[in-house]
Write a protein that binds this ligand. Structure first.
Ligand code: FAD
Length: 501
């Protein structure tokens, strides 16, 4: 490739990963790239992936995706967090919200002051000190209150989202080809991919290849022989059954993750329907039993046939090898408990845009990309594992195994120092901040035995006054927020919405 020539980018696969990559590259680097996406309608997409986290909103701002327009096109609703039900014990519930808890100091985090106030009998529940947490529980929503933008994400129709991105990408000049990739040509010396072969005889030559072929990892796994690191000893679930139902109530601004004896069930409210599914481990539950459990726990008429998906949790040993970068399910999959897959697509695309191999030493760029990807994926993995490890449930073999399993060292250390001292910090990739770790650890019943001494510097009355100030401000802002479904109706009502309110 000459310096003044456009780099030829071939994207294999047109699911969320393929189209998000195509659109973003086209939008921000389109003048430097010639982008072709090839996908096969016969193979189709995974068709799930409906809950997101706030990075998606930030990324949408970077690549100029219009919020109300995209929400209308995808029947999207807002999400302030996840309601985790039956996780620590049967019958309990907590919300992991995207908001920040109270106010921290540089020395000690808010939860440490809260623990001190609790010990003195002057603290309210944790939700009193976080607007997003309290608003989620009350079904309230606004994008901003008092000129402060809330920390929120979306629930969306994954198929409609890929369709929407495709329209936007094609308008930017991305070329879409329909066809099944059946083979690849490699450079005899470098081992780089030089072209993909389609079943109908067409040949697609390129400089950079992006593997968005889903679990198949056709380019990176099959053609370039990059191995897979299996994490199922930590995250054992390997099956899911998904089904869509009619909405029976106005959409709540949170995802529901309801634990069962051998897995958990999601409930994702969109404007016109609800996405449901069960995640389970086939060693402990048969497909028939899983289907039965799922169907017995639905509310609303089924709109689709239950759809079985198989997966193995883990990652490709490298996401970038030679001139091929895997983005999306082709680079790895944890499980959807904390809705991190689309987030990982978004950060992978952003990382690729920063490290795109236009020139210079491409091996160093690939190494850096892989290093950052690994750090990020391990942080997400540990956060997800923690939900299972911290269960107190002993009602099934599934939970007994999870409760007693060995966990990654970094996670074991994090849990120990929190339990003994009350200390925790944001993860190395900067995704899950202190507030997230604290909400989940305490939500699962891991309360610190001690907390930072700075929390005792304030006399009792002053500590109470500080907390009351925060909760007063939360309540004042909450009172200004409409119900979630009212906000949706005014902001981005989808033509397909038939909410039951
Ligand atoms: C049960 C489950 C629940 C999930 N829930 C969530 C969630 O709530 N939130 C979240 O963020 N993520 C979730 N995910 C992950 C999410 O679904 C994916 O990250 C997202 O859909 C991206 O998928 P993809 O584009 O990588 O792959 P796919 O959607 O599988 O797309 C693969 C593409 O490659 C094409 N392709 C494959 N082989 C060929 C070939 N030989 N020739 C041509 N084209 C080919 C296909 O046609 C398709 O276009 C979930 C995943 C599962 C399994």
């Amino acid at each position: 490739m000459q310096a003044n020539e456009k780099a030829r980018v071939i994207i294999a696969g047109g699911g969320t990963a393929g189209w998000l990559t195509a659109y973003s590259l086209g939008k921000r680097l389109g003048k430097l790239l010639d982008i072709t996406l090839v996908e096969s309608d016969l193979i189709g997409t995974v068709g799930v992936g409906e809950a997101t986290i706030p990075t998606m909103r930030v990324f949408h701002d970077l690549v100029e995706i219009n919020e109300p327009e995209f929400m209308r096109a995808t029947q999207a609703t807002f999400k302030l967090g996840i309601s985790l039900e039956n996780w620590a014990n049967i019958g309990d519930r907590y919300i992991h919200s995207f908001g920040v808890l109270g106010q921290s100091t540089w020395m000690a985090e808010f939860h440490e002051f809260w623990l001190e106030a609790r010990a003195r009998g002057v603290a309210g529940p944790l939700e009193d000190y976080c607007l997003e947490l309290k608003a989620a529980g009350r079904g309230k929503f606004a994008t901003e209150v008092n000129k402060n933008r809330l920390l929120y994400a979306y629930h969306l129709d994954a198929t409609a989202y890929a369709r929407y991105l495709r329209q936007q990408a094609e308008a930017l000049g991305v070329l879409r080809l329909e066809g099944r990739i059946g083979g690849a040509e490699l450079h005899a010396e470098s081992g780089d991919l030089t072209a993909l072969q389609l079943d109908d005889g067409r040949r697609l030559a390129g400089d950079v290849f992006i593997d968005c072929t889903g679990f198949r990892a056709l380019l990176l796994g099959e053609y370039l022989k990059v191995g897979f690191e299996d994490w199922s000893h930590w995250l054992a679930s390997d099956r899911a059954i998904a089904v869509q139902t009619e909405s029976t109530e106005p959409p709540v601004p949170y995802t529901r993750a309801i634990a069962h004896p051998a897995g958990w069930q999601w409930r994702i409210p969109l404007q016109g329907r609800t996405g449901n599914g069960i995640i389970y481990c086939s060693r402990y539950l048969s497909d028939d039993e899983a289907r039965h459990t799922l169907l017995n726990n639905l509310s609303g008429r089924m709109l689709t046939e239950p759809h079985l998906l198989r997966f193995t949790t883990g990652r490709r040993v490298k996401s970038w090898h030679r001139n091929c970068i895997a983005i999306g399910l082709s680079s790895g999959f944890l499980e959807p408990l904390e809705s991190t897959s689309i987030h990982l697509i978004v950060t992978a695309v952003a990382r690729l845009m920063r490290l795109f191999p236009f020139s210079g030493n491409k091996e160093l760029l690939a190494e850096e990309y892989n290093r950052l990807t690994n750090t990020e994926l391990e942080a997400v993995r540990d956060f997800v594992i923690m939900h299972y490890k911290l269960t107190q449930r002993n009602d099934s073999a599934f939970w007994n195994v999870y409760r007693t399993m060995a966990i990654p060292e970094a996670l074991a250390h994090r849990m120990a120092i929190f339990q003994k001292n009350g200390f925790t910090s944001s993860d190395a990739a900067g995704l899950f901040h202190v507030t997230s770790w604290v909400q989940v650890m305490m939500g699962q019943g891991l309360y610190p035995e001690q907390h930072h001494g700075a929390s005792r510097l304030l006399p009792p009355a002053a500590l109470k006054e500080q907390l009351d100030k925060i909760s007063g401000s939360v309540n004042m802002n909450l009172a200004r927020m409409p119900d979630h479904h009212e906000f949706l109706r005014k902001y981005c009502l989808s033509p397909l919405a038939k909410t039951a309110n």
